[in-house]
Design a protein around this ligand. Sequence first.
Ligand SMILES: *Cc1c(COP(=O)(O)O)cnc(C)c1O
Length: 241
Amino acid sequence: MDDPCLHNLNLIHHRINIACAATGRNPNTIRLLMATKTVPAERIKIALQAGEFLIGENKVQELKEKFNELKDTPHESHFIGHLQSNKIKDLLKCSVSCIQSIDRFEIAEKLHARLTFEKKEMNVLIQVNSSDEESKFGVSPENAVALIKKVASLSTLHIKGLMTIGLFSAEENKVRPCFRKMKNLQQHIIKHKINGVEMDVLSMGMSHDLEIAIEEGATLIRIGTAIFGERIYPDSYYWKE
Ligand SMILES: *Cc1c(COP(=O)(O)O)cnc(C)c1O
């Protein structure tokens, strides 16, 4: 039997198209990242061979394990999890093209030091805590500009935009303001014209809220459950220290 992810991917593209049509956006302006935590490499391969290209992992260990198995299947990979400084070296061995989760200067500095040593550079997004929940990582919207100015001074890091995990709520009127806050923050940062900072990427929207995120301006959505099914680990395993 075909892996259900194939059918699910069709559904996701359908949802993207409908959300875009509703807001007059071109679906080609939305990138789909498959959030692949807990998903075995064989299943990721199936989705990649069906025409997907971008994947994201949360844990360096897990990324490393799958990296070898996926290296002959064309794809691009981003790191979307909480980054710890003792994992930077390993992370840089896994050919990620972007780290979406820079949320404090200390980790940016350590990443910069290692990249300098390896004569490499890295695209990054600044992770913002848009829902004001203690349990979420990310710089507060109030402190985002200051952090971005500092990170922009590190020559190996190229800021491309913002990432957020929205509020988990079935109530749309609570979720939407988080995403709107991100769009406003993006515009605010653009006005600051910080040297070397690009703000084209707005990474927001997951399985349950991708439509709202697209309506509010997401350019990259990160989808796990709605493609691969429910995970056995609770998200807290990935989102807290
Ligand atoms: C797991 C994860 C996602 C995808 O979440 P789903 O609800 O399964 O679609 C997106 N972003 C991050 C950072 C994640 O850890």
